[in-house]
Design a protein around this ligand. Structure first.
Ligand code: AMP
Length: 390
């Protein structure tokens, strides 16, 4: 059963056509720089014979969707529906839902919590409905998996009338990835996993505590700014810093928002780059700020692993995933070293291997199993679409 998955950002639109039964990908691509000069579509499909790059004007998401559909059409494959990754589902999407007039309205209603993403994805959903009224659409929200975490973990200790009126709570993010990581770990370990700490470490990064498939807690909060230090995001800081920056630093609300989301994190600490590849290279050359960026990232990750283990009341498996988690043996080793007091031991040879599949990297005497799990959010989204529309 084939499904088209669409993931729209503020200026990009990723798409993938895949078969949920065989996991074969027939076409995938990314429309980049939408609404900006120098836009293009990079793609690869069973019809293209390798990677292609179309230099085309992409004035809006609608044009991008049309290009994506043209590329998908060339494969000659039909699909049962379209799955849309929605960053913020708010209080309306405790699970994936078929798009109707009403549910499309919900995506827009909760958009102030993720303005860069939700409005774009809502426009894309509307475009898909307009262009292809016969094809069903499904909203798969990144927040769904986290919606049922226990109240003690999702409630903010602010006045009840305020949190109720403004729907303030921990929503988390990367839920689709954490859900996939749980599934893949369970499959790999023949069901022998009960208390998992899932570490999605990419340019955005979050951890999730999962007990027998139930989400117990996660490190992102009302927005994806909370928790771990990220490429350009500061992660958890004393909330009073925000008031202090405005009162004493003279920064406006928007300036603080931009600072914390775009100018902080690994980029700020290393003063080199938001990309761990550049930072690791600089650290090996003896750059002290780069070394501190790695140290802080690993320290905070290890600290949050312990927090998630508490949410699970135990941990039998730790899984590393996403750009850094899948590709940086240095960071994995650093995190594991910091967790050595818990009995975590990794096998250096296994950790150094570069293969794109689920694998165990812990040493035989490790008290906790450590896995590397390449995440696959598109597959998870496609499964939901197949279930709802297949
Ligand atoms: P993601 O957001 O999951 O695509 O992750 C992107 C991030 O992964 C990049 O910004 C890099 O920091 C990191 N990354 C990707 N490849 C490597 C690598 N080989 N070594 C270290 N970090 C990597």
């Amino acid at each position: 059963m084939n499904v088209l998955v669409i993931n729209a950002g503020s200026s990009s639109l990723k798409f993938q056509l895949l078969d949920v039964d065989t996991r074969e990908v027939y076409a995938k691509g990314n429309c980049e720089r939408i609404g900006i000069d120098g836009s293009f579509v990079g793609y690869e499909s069973i019809a293209s014979g390798g990677k292609r790059r179309l230099e085309v004007a992409l004035p809006d998401h609608k044009t991008a969707v049309q290009h994506a559909f043209d590329i998908v059409k060339e494969t000659g494959k039909d699909f049962v529906g379209i799955g849309h990754r929605v960053v913020q589902g708010g209080w309306y999407f405790p699970e994936s839902k078929v798009v109707t007039e009403e549910s499309l309205g919900w995506v827009r209603e909760v958009a102030p919590l993720a303005p860069l993403h939700n409005y774009a994805e809502a426009d894309v959903i509307e475009t898909c409905r307009e262009l292809f009224p016969e094809i069903g659409n499904v909203v798969v929200a990144d927040t769904s998996f986290h919606y049922n975490i226990p109240e003690r973990a999702h409630r903010y200790a602010l006045p009840r009338d305020v949190v109720d009126r403004l729907h303030i709570r921990k929503y988390g993010a990367h839920g689709t990835s954490h859900r996939y990581i749980w599934r893949a770990a369970k499959e790999f370990l023949d069901d022998d996993v009960h208390k998992l700490v899932s570490c999605h470490l990419g340019s955005g990064a979050s951890l999730c505590a999962i007990t027998d498939g139930r989400d117990m807690d996660t490190t992102m909060g009302l927005t994806p700014l909370d928790g771990l230090i990220m490429g350009t995001r500061c992660g958890t800081i004393d909330p009073a810093t925000v008031c202090y920056l405005q009162r004493e630093g003279g920064y406006s609300v928007d300036e603080v928002d931009t600072m914390m989301n775009k100018q902080s994190g690994l980029l700020a600490v290393s003063a080199i780059s938001s990309d761990t590849r550049d930072i690791e290279e600089a650290a090996t050359r003896g750059d002290e700020r780069a070394a501190m960026a790695i140290e802080m990232f690993a320290y905070r990750t290890a600290q949050l692993v312990c927090g998630m283990a508490q949410a699970n009341e135990g941990v039998d498996t730790i899984a590393f995933s996403a750009g850094i988690g899948e590709n940086s043996p240095t960071m994995r080793a650093e995190v594991a070293r910091k967790l050595a007091w818990l009995g975590v031991r990794i096998d250096d040879e296994k950790n150094a291997l570069r293969v794109d599949e689920v694998r165990e990297i812990s040493a035989p005497d490790s008290a906790i199993r450590v896995l590397v799990v390449p995440t696959n959010e598109e597959y998870m989204i496609a499964l939901d679409v197949a279930e709802l529309l297949g």
